[in-house]
Ligand binder design. Structure first.
Ligand SMILES: Nc1ncnc2c1ncn2[C@@H]1O[C@H](COP(=O)(O)OP(=O)(O)OP(=O)(O)O)[C@@H](O)[C@H]1O
Length: 257
């Protein structure tokens, strides 16, 4: 882990999106998205089911192509680069999937080694072992190194999934529903982990969630997708301090505590 003090640089956008549009057939999902993710910040993206939150982070990570608009990631417009450049850029982006995406037939150690063996081919065995132990320590699960995913709880699997993403030291982390399907106490552990990752790995993150406790405890800023656009952005309190019925309804249905 890095010991340097974590700071958010609001003059430096690591992701900068303007006028992003994305449709599937007649369904116009993203209708002119403008969004900045600043260096070192945790930005929470909220929105009802089906509003396009996952589509947005798939576009940012190059898994889906935008129809129009610009999507700059670490200074490069990914709508306008070669597939080789995109491949290179994607090494700086960590994607934490909703289902943790672990390989069931591999131990925790092998799961964590997998991205290293694939992406950093000249590492020595000792270096691989050290990197694996370091990320396991960062997520507080050193004792699980020889276990199989099936032997872990849902919260532990989630943490191993995050560790596997962190092992390549991404500059940008994209978390898709990090607390989905977890009980409230395990969810709080994941929220704390997201904050520790921000502090200790100096990441800039987009966190997609329905969980307003997660949004409140991890988000330096919150952006809410409404009708295909970010119509509200600001601190948690700024976003929800409104008479907009759509926002009030979202709050009332999603806030547990
Ligand atoms: N590859 C695809 N092909 C066709 N339609 C798609 C595709 N991906 C997403 N969609 C549609 O785009 C819309 C937005 O999907 P998305 O998964 O981004 O929603 P979401 O906001 O992440 O929802 P949830 O909170 O339920 O995960 C949905 O109606 C979905 O069916």
């Amino acid at each position: 882990m890095d010991n340097e003090k974590h700071v958010i640089d609001y003059n430096n956008a690591v992701v900068s999106i303007r006028g992003l549009q994305k449709s599937f057939g007649d369904y116009h999902v993203l209708r002119g998205i403008d969004l900045d993710l600043y260096k070192g910040e945790n930005l929470v993206v909220l929105g009802r089911s089906g509003t396009g939150k996952s589509v947005l982070i798939k576009v940012i990570s190059g898994l889906l192509q935008a129809d129009s608009g610009s999507v700059k990631v670490l200074g490069k417009d990914i709508t306008n680069i070669s597939s080789l450049e995109l491949q290179e850029l994607r090494k700086s982006i960590g994607f934490s999937f909703q289902n943790s995406a672990l390989y069931d037939s591999m131990t925790v150690r092998k799961n964590l080694e997998f991205p290293l063996v694939r992406n950093r081919k000249n590492l020595r065995r000792k270096e691989i072992n050290e990197l694996v132990e370091r990320v396991l320590d960062a997520v507080g699960l050193k004792q699980t190194i020889n276990q199989m995913p099936a032997e872990l709880s849902g919260g532990q699997r989630k943490r191993i999934g995050i560790a596997r993403t962190l092992i390549l030291r991404p500059e940008i982390m994209l978390y898709d529903e990090p607390t989905a399907g977890l009980d409230p106490i395990t969810s709080i552990e994941i929220n704390n982990l997201i904050n520790r990752v921000q502090e200790n790995f100096n990441t800039s993150s987009i966190i997609i969630t329905h969980d307003l406790t997660c949004a409140k405890s991890t988000g330096n800023r919150v952006a809410m997708l409404l009708d295909g656009q970010f119509q509200r952005q600001g601190t948690f309190d700024e976003v929800f301090n409104t008479d907009d019925e759509r926002v009030k309804q979202f709050y009332n249905y999603n806030f547990i505590h």
